[in-house]
Design a protein around this ligand. Sequence first.
Ligand code: SAM
Length: 233
Amino acid sequence: MLPNFPKQVSDDNPPINRTVQVDDRLYEYLIKHSVNEHEVLEALRRETAQYHMARMALSPEVGQFLGLLIALQKPKKVLEIGVFTGYSTISMGLKLAKDAKLLAFDKKQMWLDIANKHIEMAGLAEQVETRCCDAKASMAALLIDEIGTFDFIFVDADKANLLAYYDMGKQLLRSGGCMVIDNTLWWGNVADEAFDDKDTRIVRALNDRVHQDSEVDSSLLPIGDGFTIIHKR
Ligand SMILES: C[S@@+](CC[C@H](N)C(=O)[O-])C[C@H]1O[C@@H](n2cnc3c(N)ncnc32)[C@H](O)[C@@H]1O
């Protein structure tokens, strides 16, 4: 039996929404058929679930996808903005080449303590350095002598500084490098006029900036809470 494709009904040729709606049953299928979660990530997810902020962590299928991007891009020098308890950090770390390094920023030592424990458990302590700092100030410091030296940057922190993270991240990336930004659909609020709060406006401004940026190729994917992949030309 053929799938029930929507019919094109209009003459003005708008794109048809072919993005599958993921209900709980399909999500369960997706997890079973896509995710191979490392035991340390599984343990980390269990420990993180004790905190009411647990939903800040990447979900397993998004972590899997981020790890795949690392495997494809083969970066030697990676920067992460927003570690929390380390799900994204370890998802990337596990796919790094042995001579690659990941530098990861978060402003809360409490989260980094949990991340560091699991980074150690995953055998990544030599390759992954976490730093308790304000990410914007630390990126500005990196710009002094590390412009154009990063191969891959993952941004998943506060929205207030999102545009600065994009602009500085672009400068830190080498040509051909890749930046990934999480939460770019912002729970769907970006497309809902009822939402006009500061964070939603910033995410919209970021999406506009990336889309109009002639120095990059990019794609905003409806995975997790929206994942934008940016390739610096
Ligand atoms: C959404 S969570 C990151 C989730 C993480 N990527 C994961 O997969 O678990 C955002 C993190 O950004 C950190 N953060 C927020 N503002 C920051 C800032 N100005 N500098 C550094 N870290 C910041 C928060 O402490 C929080 O842990």
